[in-house]
Design a protein around this ligand. Structure first.
Ligand SMILES: Nc1nc2c(ncn2[C@@H]2O[C@H](COP(=O)(O)OP(=O)(O)OP(=O)(O)O)[C@@H](O)[C@H]2O)c(=O)[nH]1
Ligand SMILES: [Mg+2]
Length: 304
């Protein structure tokens, strides 16, 4: 059987379940998931290896209309990944009415020459309205070239409940071009170590952060080294949770350091799970004043 290989970019509004879907299909937690919109900030590759071949899924930031520089950069990352890919997975949330923001996304991606698969997620919710989302797609892609989009490419799923995913994979492998795998078959992601550590810490922190805080933090791995102790190798990591203002620091540290301790515990558990070494984490909170307006920080954070 001829093997297939493709880059498939997932694009859509914030919180439609793109990262949840990538994690499900890769069988590993490669991207941070949270109920807060605009969780993903980078194009994150998750690799699916099957008998049919290899799909490199590219998770992207949710596209949100905003004039803020930070949001514009996130949208650029998403559209850039879509243009560069062999397939586009346009992920929609069937529990929400489409509206103007959805129209903007549909209008942009239908201008690309890339085949599009519309993934209708959250079918498990009582408020799911498959018909409404399907009608929206038909209206947006009415004049579309059949080779890029047609009704068989509207795939209902529930990423959370693991429903419809095998069907989605077979649609994707059917459309994928023949080719050799891009990555060795034991890979499920190609993230650099510091980025992966930083994202695991951010993912561990998000459930403890309220109001504007999830958007106001990023994580910086300042130092790491392999240390030997009694013949056992340990990975020592110093990382900073960076926030925007002094007043936010206290909320992240918590009374008597309880919050930062809980974040550290949760992050270390996940780091210990994915790495071969035991991990020692020295986690601190620091202020990077108004970092979302600082070009240097944005470049370091978003140009990955
Ligand atoms: N009920 C239900 N919830 C889901 C499903 N998929 C994802 N979610 C939830 O939707 C929320 C957002 O999920 P994410 O995977 O972070 O969404 P995203 O599209 O990556 O979001 P951004 O990175 O902000 O663009 C989380 O609370 C998920 O648990 C689904 O199939 N059903
Ligand atoms: Mg995401």
């Amino acid at each position: 059987m001829e093997k297939k290989a493709a880059f498939a970019a997932l694009v859509g509004r914030p919180s439609t379940g793109k990262s949840t879907l990538v994690n499900r299909l890769c069988g590993e937690s490669v991207a941070v998931v949270s109920p807060v919109p605009q969780t993903t900030r980078n194009a994150i590759r998750g690799i699916v290896n099957r008998e049919q071949g290899q799909l490199v899924l590219v998770d992207t930031p949710g596209i949100h209309r905003s004039e803020k520089k930070f949001n514009r950069r996130l949208a650029d990352t998403a559209f850039h990944a879509a243009v560069e890919s062999d397939l586009i997975l346009y992920v929609l949330d069937v529990s929400r009415a489409p509206g103007p923001e959805e129209e903007t996304i549909a209008q942009t991606i239908r201008g690309y020459q890339t085949p599009i698969v519309a993934v209708l997620n959250k079918m498990d919710l009582p408020s799911a309205d498959f018909g409404q989302t399907k009608d929206f797609l038909k209206s947006q892609f009415a004049v579309f070239d059949e080779s890029c989009f047609n009704e068989s490419r509207i795939v209902p799923i529930s990423a959370q409940k693991n429903e419809g995913l095998e069907n989605l994979l077979s649609v994707l492998f059917n459309l994928a071009p023949a080719g050799d795998p891009f990555y060795p078959e034991e890979y499920y992601t190609d993230q650099e170590m510091d980025f992966r550590i930083a994202e695991i810490i951010r993912g561990a922190a998000l459930p403890f952060l309220r109001q504007e805080l999830p958007h106001a933090v990023y994580v910086e791995v300042a130092d790491r080294e392999l240390r030997e102790n009694g013949g056992i190798q340990r990975l020592w990591v110093r990382a900073f949770i960076m926030c925007e203002r002094e007043s936010q620091k206290g909320m992240i540290v918590g009374k008597g350091g309880t919050v930062i301790k809980a974040i550290g515990l949760s992050a270390r558990k996940e780091l210990n799970r994915i790495f071969d070494w035991k991990v020692d984490l020295d986690l601190r909170v620091k202020t990077g004043k108004d970092w979302r307006h600082n070009d240097h920080v944005l470049k370091k954070l978003l140009d990955k």
